[in-house]
Design a protein around this ligand. Structure first.
Ligand code: XIL
Length: 552
């Protein structure tokens, strides 16, 4: 009697271990006795989720129907999937998703018609492999939009017509902009409107709380409206973290977006708890889950007060399936309302019954604390390593946040006026094929002069980027810098002078500082990037992970 039992329990153990590893569980299923989320918020807005076709059956489907009133296909309606070869349309997955929703009375947000990512290879090429002409690309745009939008007329209530057309410097450099010019945006809205005059048409944007970018987005929406382009609304993606952006910044931005007078959808809400790509698996730290629940509650209070918000869509529901766990690189994360077993997290209760939450906790973001030294000295800024540089210790730029590729070392000097930085990069193949500056072979210098390691950029914070041909770009509140570049036998070197504005240049002064090397290995996109200190992808907007540079 004993034996089979033991065998059985060993077997069970093996089975449950296997499931634990794939983050699935035989008893993963929806909890039946909890309130449905969307029903609770009906008088304010729809609540949605993105969904993959693999989630249209079983427990995930059951959960989606119980808690959400709107769905967005996560990938199957993107151009690379819908029209993989010119004239060959593959609608199976998109049809299955729309049919699923229609049969259950769920609304569908179509995502997305025009984007700079997830496009088929042929789209921007002519028959000889060269760049397609403007006229031909407009014709492709029209055929694509009209074919797809008219197929789902009456079934898809809102479309993300143009996705992510801006960045903090203005219109995003993309093949659409490059080949057609700024009017591609307006044309896309007109084609979609002709195909389904009743569908609500949205411009959808990422990082919308960033002040400068917010201004760009609002200006773009106003100019489209002034041209009588058929745009109904603005989608705010809301991929946020536990720390960024702060609630006051969100409140301020929502007030400004509300005043635009168009419908607002929160289209891709998730809240990352981990930015460290070295953490690949494990359970979420309990205090982070508590803070996450309170932060979701605070956000929804703002959403409820923002009259024009009519849909709040999460980018998924099951933590273990979130895109943040695999894109752009594999890491652990717990950004959503339900865990790997589809059980409601505290974040769920934050939205449904906040009285059940434990008291809020304060979280300090763990940052690396490498200290580097800048030594007194004044070099000639010409891309050549003068003798004075040998006094400054090297800072290795070898922590990979994504992929593997170019590395290097930086050195820093200072005088009464400037901080000087010299970065030697080892990169055998130099490329700036991508239209996006951050995807070209380049060096980034991050400076937080007051060293306050803040969760968002303040007046003293800036990101400077110099590529191997000395093209310059920046973010935050940049000073006027001087830079020079030299191509070397095994890569290139960047030298820069960055004037002090907030820090006192004297021995003992500490400033927040980091270095990054972006590497395109020839494919026209960033395949790897390495850092001196901050192991996260957050340095462009959050200075808390920067290292510290001490003036000697
Ligand atoms: C993401 C998907 O979630 C991933 O599965 C895919 O690999 C990449 O795209 N902004 C968008 C979404 O508009 O389409 C992206 O979705 C996330 C960022």
């Amino acid at each position: 009697m004993k034996r089979p039992c033991l065998v059985l329990s060993i077997l069970c153990c093996a089975v449950s271990l296997a499931f634990a590893q794939t983050q699935e569980s035989p008893d993963a299923g929806t909890e039946k006795d909890i309130p449905g989320l969307a029903a609770l918020y009906r008088k304010y807005f729809d609540i949605g989720t993105c969904i993959e076709t693999t989630q249209l059956a079983g427990a995930p489907a059951e959960l989606a129907v119980k808690h959400f009133s709107s769905i967005t296909p996560e990938n199957c309606m993107k151009p690379e999937r819908i029209e993989p070869a010119e004239g060959t349309f593959t609608f199976d997955a998109a049809d299955a998703t729309v049919d699923f929703a229609v049969a259950r009375g769920l609304k569908v947000r179509g995502h997305t018609l025009v984007w700079h990512q997830q496009n088929p290879k042929w789209l921007f090429k002519d028959e000889n492999g060269g760049k397609v002409s403007k006229k031909a690309l407009i014709a492709r745009l029209e055929t694509y939009i009209k074919t797809v939008v008219s197929r789902y007329r009456g079934k898809i209530y809102a479309w993300d017509v143009v996705n992510e057309p801006t960045d903090s410097n203005g219109l995003r450099r993309s093949e659409w902009l490059d080949i057609i010019g700024p009017e591609y945006i307006e044309l896309a809205f007109r084609f979609a409107h002709e195909a389904d005059p009743k569908a609500k048409l949205f411009l959808n944007e990422i990082d919308t709380i960033d002040g400068k970018k917010g201004d760009t987005i609002r200006t773009l929406v106003r100019s489209l409206r002034a041209k009588k382009a058929p745009i109904d609304g603005l989608g705010l993606q809301f991929h946020i973290t536990l720390f960024y952006p702060g609630i006051p910044a969100v409140s301020d931005a929502l007030r400004k977006y509300n005043a635009l007078g168009v419908d607002l959808h929160i289209t891709e809400l998730d809240m990352s708890l981990n930015a460290d790509t070295k953490v690949k698996r494990g359970n979420a730290p309990p205090d982070l889950l508590v803070r996450q629940a309170h932060r979701y509650r605070e956000l929804f209070e703002l959403f409820k007060r923002t009259k024009r918000i009519t849909n709040v869509t999460f980018w998924g529901f099951q933590d273990s399936r979130s895109w943040l766990t695999y894109s752009p690189t594999i890491k652990a994360d717990w950004p959503l309302l339900f865990d790997a077993y589809l059980k409601p997290k505290l974040a769920f209760w934050g939205l449904v019954d906040p009285a059940r939450l434990p008291a809020d906790v304060e979280i300090k973001q763990a940052g690396n604390t490498f200290a580097g030294f800048a030594v007194k000295g004044t070099p000639l800024v010409d891309g050549v390593e003068d003798a004075v540089w040998t006094k400054a210790p090297a800072m290795d730029i070898v922590i990979f946040v994504q992929g593997k590729g170019a590395t290097g070392a930086g050195r820093a000097l200072w005088d009464g006026k400037n901080l000087y930085v010299f970065v030697k990069v080892k990169d055998p193949l130099l490329s700036k094929k991508s239209a996006n500056d951050y995807e070209q072979d380049s060096v980034e210098i991050f400076v937080d002069e007051k060293n306050n390691k803040s969760f968002d950029y303040k007046e003293d914070d800036a990101q400077y980027r110099v590529n191997f041909t000395n093209d310059f770009s920046s973010r935050g509140n940049p000073a006027k810098i001087v830079s020079a570049v030299a191509v070397t036998s095994d890569g290139y070197a960047v030298e820069a002078a960055i004037p002090f504005r907030f820090a006192l240049p004297k021995p003992g002064t500490k400033i927040g500082f980091d270095l990054q090397i972006n590497d395109d290995q020839g494919k026209g996109r960033r395949e790897s990037y390495s850092k001196w200190n901050d192991p996260t992808n957050e340095s462009y907007r959050n200075t808390s992970g920067f290292g510290t540079l001490v003036l000697k």
